[in-house]
Design a protein around this ligand. Structure first.
Ligand code: TYD
Length: 140
C-alpha cells in the first residue's frame, strides 16, 4: 500500500478495522463518515484466475467511486492525464478514491483477489470514457 497519492482526483480512504485474530477481522465503511458520498451501488469482482487480465481501462465523466482489495492483491494504475501512479492494493482497510476524470486500469491479480467498489451513482455506460484519446480530449 502507498503513503501518498500523486495523481489528481484521487486519495486514500482508511476504514476502521477490528482485528479479532484468529477469529476474524471486521472492517466498516459508512456513507458521509469515511466514505465522502452516499453509496448508491456496490459491486465486487472475484474469480480473477487470469493473472494476465487487465480490467478497467476507462475513466468516468462524473462518477466517483472507492476501490478496495478485500482479499489477495492487485495493482491499480492511475493516470490523471499528466501524472501516473501504480498502487499495490493489498490491505483491505485502505481504499483508493477514484474521482471522476481519472484513467484507471487494474492488473497483476492474485487468484484469490476480491475487489470491492463503492459507487455514488447507478451504472450508466454514458458516463464512461473508454478510449484513452477521448479521455485526454475530455479533460482539456
Ligand atoms: P466495467 O466497468 O468495464 O468493468 P472493469 O472496469 O472492472 O473492467 O464493466 C464490465 C461490464 O459490466 C460492462 O459491460 C458494463 C457492466 N456493468 C454493469 O452492467 N453494471 C455495473 O455496475 C458495472 C460496474 C458494470
Amino acid at each position: 500500500m502507498i503513503k501518498k497519492i500523486k495523481v489528481k482526483n484521487s486519495g486514500i480512504i482508511k476504514l476502521q478495522s477490528y482485528d479479532d485474530f484468529p477469529d476474524g477481522n471486521l472492517t466498516i465503511a459508512e456513507s458521509r463518515k469515511n466514505i465522502p458520498f452516499d453509496i448508491k451501488r456496490v459491486y465486487f469482482i472475484n474469480n480473477l484466475f487470469n493473472n494476465k487480465s487487465i480490467r478497467g481501462k476507462h475513466a468516468h465523466k462524473k462518477l466517483k467511486q472507492i476501490i478496495f482489495c478485500i482479499n489477495g492483491h492487485f495493482t491499480l494504475n492511475l493516470d490523471d492525464g499528466k501524472n501516473k501512479q501504480k498502487i499495490l492494493m493489498n490491505n483491505p482497510s485502505y481504499g483508493i478514491y477514484l474521482g471522476s476524470k481519472l484513467w484507471h486500469t487494474m492488473n497483476k491479480f492474485s487468484s484469490n483477489c476480491v475487489i470491492l467498489v463503492l459507487a455514488e451513482d447507478y451504472y450508466t455506460e454514458k458516463d464512461y470514457l473508454r478510449n484513452y484519446n477521448d479521455f485526454l480530449k475530455y479533460i482539456k
